[in-house]
Design a binder for this molecule. Structure first.
Ligand code: MF3
Ligand code: CO
Length: 267
């Protein structure tokens, strides 16, 4: 089902999205080599609970953790584990909460220490592509305009692979609402966007082939060629002239820049 929100509901959804942003800011503050993704899971779970959030990923269709931690060739839905993170790792943390009945769901990719220039470039371009997509999230545009903008910036311009199997989505009382928001598409096609529709826009961009496969665990999505993949996600409200971004990368970025263990050389 697709639901547009009232102004009051958008305000509540902003609070939910911001709780996720604040949680990812905590991650940005402490992340360093040697830490495990299970440590990050614990941190996110405790921070959200301390701030009256309910964990939304745990048990969602049987998902067994509170975050998705997708490292290097893992595209999305990686299980947190006990492997210590190391210099050069590209770590996407995707987290969701319910606050006052409304979902926040967004993701950020961090680079630990020294990394390949090509990997740093992939992170930069994927983040840029998210904002190119968000620019199109305005009333009377079409869903295809968002995907087209993301695909142009990543696949056409930089030769990266846009994951086809997984897409962004509507967000509200439910984690996944209509419409689906592909990261590829044709301009002027698909559903017409209405004011106060809230979307989770989430490009998943591979350095090499767009092809992916799902691990035996039934969740972990990996690139077929073993090359890295990057994932950023924002919660966005469609407006008449300019999309209203509910989540906030600026607080995450400030913490990221202050953390000497993280690579922010592309800023
Ligand atoms: N952001 C993810 C998505 O929209 C949420 C993870 S799904 C879960 O698909 F199962 F882990 F909750
Ligand atoms: Co999502």
């Amino acid at each position: 089902m697709m639901y547009t929100k009232t102004e009051e509901q958008v305000v509540l959804m902003k609070e939910a999205a911001m709780l996720v942003s604040k949680t990812l800011t905590e991650v940005a503050t402490v992340l360093k080599p040697g830490m495990t993704t299970l440590d990050i899971d614990q941190l996110c779970m405790e921070f959200a609970k301390d701030h009256k959030g309910t964990l939304s990923f745990y048990n969602y269709h049987g998902y067994p953790h509170h975050i998705c931690a997708s490292v290097n060739d893992v595209v999305v839905h990686g299980f947190p584990n006990k492997t210590p993170l190391k210099d050069g790792d590209i770590v996407s943390i995707d987290f969701g909460v319910i606050l006052n009945g409304w979902h926040g769901d967004h993701a950020y990719t961090f680079i630990l220490g020294e990394a390949d220039a090509a990997a740093i470039e992939l992170v930069k371009i994927t983040k840029e592509s998210l904002y190119k997509g968000i620019e199109k999230a305005i009333a009377n545009n079409r869903i295809g305009d968002i995907g087209y903008a993301i695909q142009e910036h990543t696949e056409k311009k930089h030769g990266y692979g846009v994951v086809r199997e997984l897409v962004g989505h509507g967000l509200g009382k439910h984690l996944h609402e209509d419409p689906q928001v592909p990261n590829y598409g044709k301009r002027g096609t698909g559903l017409k966007l209405k004011e106060n529709l809230v979307l989770a826009i989430e490009p998943m961009i591979n350095m090499g082939t767009h092809k992916v496969f799902t691990d035996d665990d039934g969740w972990t999505v990996k690139t077929q060629d073993g090359k890295p993949s990057v994932h950023f996600e924002h919660d966005v409200c469609v407006k008449k002239n300019e999309a209203f971004i509910l989540s906030d990368f600026s607080i995450i970025e400030a913490a990221e820049k202050a953390n000497i263990n993280l690579n922010t050389s592309y800023y």
